[in-house]
Design a binder for this molecule. Structure first.
Ligand SMILES: Cc1cc2nc3c(=O)[nH]c(=O)nc-3n(C[C@H](O)[C@H](O)[C@H](O)COP(=O)(O)OP(=O)(O)OC[C@H]3O[C@@H](n4cnc5c(N)ncnc54)[C@H](O)[C@@H]3O)c2cc1C
Length: 386
């Protein structure tokens, strides 16, 4: 059997793989290139709901379930702060819609081959699946290296874990013009934990209980928190759970990028495309894919300069603080969201803020825990000793 050879192969058609595939399909540079996509799943289910902010209208507006111009932050003590998103719009896209949209464009691209197979191993430029072997001059791989699971604890690593209920109520109870970014009134012990609300209509919303720590809860414990929040904070007693979203997003300064090879670039979570301090990565997928395309067109390594910047240094400090003193999360986020213009926080999280904006944010967090964490990060590099 002869091995099929491609110019580029994308392993895993999730958020990152799909973003990258679209950028290749839409750029003339790749029209004559043979592109292979290997994905083990059908990508038909709504396995997650992506939310993100953008300052401009994009193709995602058409897919969005809802869009908001206003947000609220509620402190541990119940201080309600209204956040004007100004030029930004917060948007939510269901993954099933995103996959269908991308798969349609991919199916119409003559130079792209999609195969549904499970990749077992990649050696140099050769990809071994459960059904065959393929060769690509450059491979983009969204599989997380197993070393991350083994060594995660040696780094400043937390998990962002959550359970969300899409609920329907018999009477209008939600203000669907604004989201609740974080409500810290209901906490898990004194850990960094909050409730997030996306109202799609006055009678339909996603209500999610989220933690940034290293203690997974049992399913019942998340549910208990959601029930308490609905009843005590929102006074909602009657509702139907229409859909459930559960997930874990790694927040770590583990150097995912060390798994790049000359003919292989790690992408997505596996390539450090998730912003470690926030867990957001949908827009990074969009942005970093464009950067990959530009790198290729300039003859540079595709992963050149991606996810390696001063923001990863800030993330290391932030994660070290929360790993050592997890109770500080409520205060840190209150400072971020109430002492700063939300748009500068968005730019900071998007890695697009100026040094002046960064300094303002850093100085507002000038507390002993950050100073201690700074020394630790400088002393141990990206590792955290305890
Ligand atoms: C429930 C949930 C909600 C989230 N919500 C948000 C949000 O609101 N906003 C945001 O910005 N981020 C969010 N994230 C974080 C992040 O955007 C997602 O995790 C995103 O999907 C990561 O993209 P990815 O391409 O790295 O991984 P994935 O989207 O998981 O894609 C990886 C793909 O690789 C395939 N694959 C894996 N192994 C193999 C193999 N051996 N062979 C072939 N294919 C393989 C998988 O089937 C999958 O399709 C969320 C994450 C989760 C889990």
């Amino acid at each position: 059997m002869s091995t099929q050879t491609f110019d580029y192969a994308i392993v895993g058609a999730g958020a990152a793989g799909m973003h990258l595939a679209l950028k290749m399909i839409e750029d003339d540079h790749f029209q004559e290139k043979k592109i292979l996509i290997i994905e083990k799943d059908k990508k038909e289910d709504n396995d997650r709901t992506w939310s993100f902010w953008e300052p401009e209208e994009t193709r995602w507006d058409k897919l969005a379930e809802n869009k908001w111009k206003k947000a609220f932050f509620t402190s541990k003590e119940g201080r309600l702060v209204s956040l004007d998103l100004k030029e930004y719009t917060y948007k939510t896209v269901r993954s099933s819609k995103f996959y269908a949209y991308c798969k349609d464009l991919i199916a119409n691209a003559k130079n792209v081959t999609w195969i549904e197979e499970d990749v077992n191993q990649i050696k140099g430029s050769d990809i071994y699946t459960n059904q065959g072997m393929y060769h690509a001059n450059h491979i983009f791989d969204s599989r997380i290296d197993p070393e991350f699971i083994e060594k995660e604890k040696e780094y400043a690593s937390l998990s962002q874990h959550f359970l969300g209920w899409f609920i329907e109520t018999p009477t209008p109870v939600f203000d669907d013009s604004s989201i609740t970014m974080m409500d810290y009134q209901l906490q898990w012990k004194d850990h960094t934990s909050f409730t997030y609300i996306l109202p799609f209509s006055p009678t339909y919303a996603l209500v999610e209980f989220t933690l940034f720590n290293n203690e997974m809860l049992s399913h019942d414990e998340y549910e208990e928190k959601l029930k308490t929040y609905l009843s005590e904070q929102l006074n909602i007693e009657e509702y139907k759970i229409v859909e459930v979203e559960k997930g874990v997003i790694p927040m770590s300064n583990y150097p995912f990028t060390k798994h790049h090879e000359p003919a292989l670039s790690k992408i997505g979570t596996a390539g450090s495309w998730v912003r470690p301090s926030s867990g957001y990565s949908f827009k990074n997928g969009d942005r970093y894919s464009s950067q990959v395309i530009e790198n290729i067109k300039k003859g540079k390594s595709p992963h050149n300069g991606i996810a390696k910047n001063r923001f990863r240094f800030y993330d290391s400090i932030f994660l070290t603080v929360l790993k050592e003193e997890n109770n500080l999360g409520a205060m840190i986020f209150e400072t971020l969201y109430t002492k700063h213009d939300i748009t500068s926080v968005f730019r900071f999280l998007d890695e697009q803020s100026s040094i002046i904006e960064d300094l303002r944010i850093i100085l507002s967090l000038n507390i002993p825990a950050f100073r201690k964490a700074l020394l630790k990060v400088l002393q141990f590099g990206k590792h955290v000793s305890s």
